[in-house]
Design a protein around this ligand. Structure first.
Ligand code: HEC
Ligand code: HEC
Ligand code: HEC
Length: 144
């Protein structure tokens, strides 16, 4: 091998290391429950005795086109802007268009949507440092 080839070889090694580290970091970010860009929806939930609903926007955005939700299902481009409530969801509107036990798990799974911490206002979550979701242990304690 001449020196040029050797150098290329080294560069390839460095790129591989960088890639491995990147994948590892991304993997660990995914394990965080509340992610950057999650929406907290709490226009009415807490007033009616339910914890705020958390909508993982990116989780859905990678699975469906924007149009499916923002044109066909009528979701507004504003957190809390669509006037979503449980009656509409059970009627198959908004979240209920998919969370019907066919496209996705059904409305009976209250806690999977109503997983927000008490007191959170409707917002777009901007940082993984803010923990939006109550840890399972704390939830148990609160129930006593
Ligand atoms: C599965 C449904 C779904 C899909 C797919 C989806 N969105 Fe949304 N989006 C929502 C909901 C729900 C809200 C909040 C609406 C509300 O609270 O009334 C929202 C809010 C927003 C907002 C305002 C909040 C913010 O983050 O600033 C923007 C902008 C937005 N969406 C852009 C997009 C774009 C761009 C795409 C496609 C790449 C997309 N959405 C795909 C459901 C969806
Ligand atoms: C266009 C279809 C669609 C709409 C509309 C939709 N969802 Fe989903 N959602 C899905 C699918 C598909 C999954 C994945 C289900 C599975 O893994 O079995 C999912 C999963 C989820 C999850 C679990 C995410 C995870 O990390 O596993 C939550 C929470 C959720 N949806 C909340 C909502 C809320 C709240 C709304 C309304 C604001 C909504 N969804 C509207 C299709 C939809
Ligand atoms: C697919 C997600 C999802 C599931 C599953 C779900 N909800 Fe909701 N729920 C919402 C959203 C979104 C809102 C509106 C949030 C807001 O802005 O306050 C809401 C609002 C509510 C409200 C406020 C009052 C009203 O009439 O809307 C109550 C109470 C409620 N849900 C109870 C429940 C119960 C009980 C269950 C289980 C049987 C449940 N929800 C399952 C998403 C869900």
């Amino acid at each position: 091998m001449n020196t040029l080839q050797n150098k290329r070889h080294n560069q390839f090694g460095i790129i591989l290391i960088v890639l491995t580290v990147t994948v590892a970091v991304l993997g660990s970010i995914q394990s965080v429950r509340a992610e950057y860009g999650d929406l907290v929806l709490n226009e009415i939930a807490e007033k009616e005795g339910m914890p705020p609903a958390i909508f993982p926007h990116w989780f859905h955005r990678i699975r469906f086109r924007c149009k499916v939700c923002h044109a066909d299902l009528g979701f507004k481009f504003k957190a809390g802007g669509s006037g979503i409530n449980m009656l509409k969801i059970i009627d198959g509107e908004y979240c209920g268009a998919c969370h019907n036990g066919e496209i996705a798990w059904s409305v009976e799974n209250c806690n999977l949507c109503h997983s927000g911490k008490e007191g959170l206002k409707t917002q777009v979550h901007g940082s993984t440092l803010n923990k939006l979701v109550v840890p399972a242990k704390a939830k148990k304690k609160a129930k006593k």
